[in-house]
Design a protein around this ligand. Structure first.
Ligand code: SF4
Ligand code: SF4
Length: 133
């Protein structure tokens, strides 16, 4: 299955336009890890503490996430105001070309309820994988 992912990932994103969707940015928060906070604060020309105070909160896992959705960096046209410096979670989402897709099943199923590209890849995998029974 892992070997199919790059092709299915390409296929999904050739059909689905993220700029017409942005459901991830509206429904999930990425984790803002320390290097993300440092980078984003620098590009916004504010102090790291100010970035945290204005936009972020700690979640139950102790990760910084956005205080509320949609993400405060999402523009009206669904572009990202900090695209080049966005959190690494955003750059990797929805993991459809990574083994994370198969290893973290609960996360993948959760993502599939929000992200049409994830749903597409899962459906294609289901159709092409022989039934183990
Ligand atoms: S930082 Fe940008 S890519 Fe990430 S959730 Fe916010 S708007 Fe979306
Ligand atoms: S939810 Fe999926 S398809 Fe929609 S913008 Fe995010 S990554 Fe793209």
């Amino acid at each position: 299955m892992l070997r199919q992912l790059p092709e299915l990932h390409e296929e999904a994103f050739s059909k689905i336009d993220c700029l017409s969707c942005a459901r991830c940015c509206k429904n999930h928060s990425p984790r803002f890890k320390q290097p993300d906070i440092k980078r984003i604060a620098k590009v916004l020309r504010i102090k790291e503490g100010e970035l945290v105070e204005r936009y972020l909160k700690l979640d139950e896992d102790g990760d910084y996430v956005t205080q509320r959705g949609p993400c405060p960096f999402l523009a009206e046209d669904n572009t990202c105001n900090i695209y080049d410096d966005r959190p690494s979670d955003c750059a990797r989402y929805p993991y459809t070309d990574e083994d994370v897709l198969l290893k973290r099943v609960q996360l993948t199923l959760k993502n599939a309820t929000v992200c049409p590209a994830t749903f597409y890849v899962l459906e294609r995998l289901r159709m092409t994988t022989p039934n183990p029974a």
